[in-house]
Design a protein. Structure first.
Length: 139
C-alpha cells in the first residue's frame, strides 16, 4: 500500500472509531455506583401502583435527608433481575423533587418499572418497587 493510501486508511479508521465512540456516549453514565443496602431519601412519588404518563411532566418526590448531589435512574425488570435502563438526571441538588418527562419511546408496561435515587460520592441509594405491583409507564 502506498504511504498516502496507508495514511488515508488510518485516518478513516480513526474517524470511524471516533464516530463509534460518540454513538455510545449517551449510554455511558457518570453517576456513582450504588453501594450497600437501600437507606435514606425515601421516595414518595411515584408510589406503589402509580401510573407515569410518557411525554408529560411527572414530579418525582422524595425525603431529602442527605446533603449534596443525587442522580435518578430508571429501572426495569422483576425484583429478581432489575436493571438500570436510563439515566433520568445526574448530579442534581438533593431538594426532594425533580420534574421528569418520560420519553415517548419507553415501552408501555403495566409492571416492573422503578426509580433509583443515588447519593453522589457515597453510593447510598434508595429505590421504588419494581414488582408486579410497582408503578407503570403509560402511553
Amino acid at each position: 500500500m502506498a504511504p498516502k493510501e496507508q495514511e488515508y486508511t488510518i485516518m478513516s479508521f480513526r474517524a470511524l472509531f471516533t464516530a463509534g465512540l460518540a454513538a455510545f456516549a449517551p449510554l455511558v453514565s457518570a453517576y456513582t455506583t450504588p453501594k450497600g443496602d437501600p437507606t435514606g431519601n425515601a421516595i414518595y412519588e411515584p408510589g406503589l401502583n402509580s401510573i407515569v404518563p410518557v411525554g408529560k411532566p411527572f414530579t418525582i418526590t422524595w425525603e431529602p435527608d442527605t446533603k449534596g448531589k443525587v442522580s435518578l435512574v430508571l429501572l426495569h425488570g422483576p425484583s429478581t433481575n432489575v436493571k438500570p435502563i436510563a439515566t433520568i438526571v445526574e448530579s442534581i441538588d438533593n431538594t426532594g423533587s425533580y420534574d421528569w418527562t418520560p420519553d415517548t419511546g419507553l415501552a408501555p408496561n403495566k409492571t416492573y418499572y422503578g426509580i433509583e435515587l443515588i447519593v453522589e460520592g457515597t453510593g447510598q441509594y434508595q429505590c421504588t418497587q419494581t414488582s408486579r405491583d410497582g408503578h407503570a409507564i403509560n402511553h
